[in-house]
Design a protein around this ligand. Structure first.
Ligand code: CA
Length: 232
């Protein structure tokens, strides 16, 4: 098992290298983001221990860059503060887990073992179907370069559909994912929100990404509707 440690502070970098080596891992280290990205290009790692506070590219940016390059190896982030915003940003940006400094080496090892057991999981931080994209970290939706403003419900429905492009979602499944427990609206309410969503992401572009599956529910086309034929 080969681990990449990305940390600019020499003392912490040395400590992590020694501890991981003692556990039997092969360890490479990088002291900044660009070096870390260069190393992941040339070596196959089983996990990355990534400090958030780095000069130049910070840990969030390194993680996002890895995911953009479709590098799915597990990322354990080290955050300096116990700041919820940092953890949320890290996880939304494609990190798998985080530890707040100061941490115990035992806990670090346990979390690494769990991540390595799980292996690389393909889960893009930005959900896409064709040129339609949704970025959960910024809650932005785009058709190509154009940003589209959605209501909370429209966003929730699109996020659900984009999690599994091409898969049919029944109205009941959509309600379960997008509405509070016990607040289940009638299926006509789901239909109304879907119509409103289409009016924003499809109709202005003359295409149909959100398809009705008669008698069942809805699905979003993998190609985002760009190659759809017929009238939207
Ligand atoms: Ca640091």
């Amino acid at each position: 098992m080969r681990i990449l440690v990305v940390e600019d502070e020499p003392k912490m970098r040395g400590l992590l290298r020694r501890a991981l080596t003692e556990e039997g891992y092969a360890v490479d280290t990088a002291d900044d983001g660009p070096r870390a990205l260069a190393l992941t290009d040339i070596a196959a790692y089983d996990a990355v221990v990534l400090d958030v506070m780095l000069p130049g590219l910070d840990g969030f940016e390194v993680c996002a860059a890895l995911r953009r390059r479709a590098v799915w190896l597990p990322v354990l982030m080290l955050t300096a503060r116990d700041a919820v915003a940092d953890r949320v940003r890290g996880l939304d940006g494609g990190a798998d887990d985080y530890l707040t400094k100061p941490f115990s080496l035992d806990e670090l090892m346990a979390r690494l073992r769990a991540l390595i057991r799980r292996g690389p999981v393909e889960r893009p931080a930005v959900l896409t179907a064709g040129d339609l994209s949704l970025d959960p970290s910024t809650r932005t939706v785009r058709r190509g370069d154009e940003e589209i403003c959605l209501t909370g419900k429209e966003y929730a429905l699109l996020e659900a559909l984009l999690h599994r492009p091409g898969t049919v979602w029944t109205r009941a499944m959509l309600v379960e994912h997008c509405w509070d427990l016990g607040a289940g609206p009638g299926s006509n309410v789901v239909d109304a929100h879907i119509k409103a969503l289409r009016d924003k992401i499809d109709r202005p572009y003359g295409i149909r990404a959100v398809e009705t599956v008669r008698g069942t529910g809805y699905r979003i086309r993998r190609d985002g509707g760009r190659t759809a034929t017929g009238t939207p």
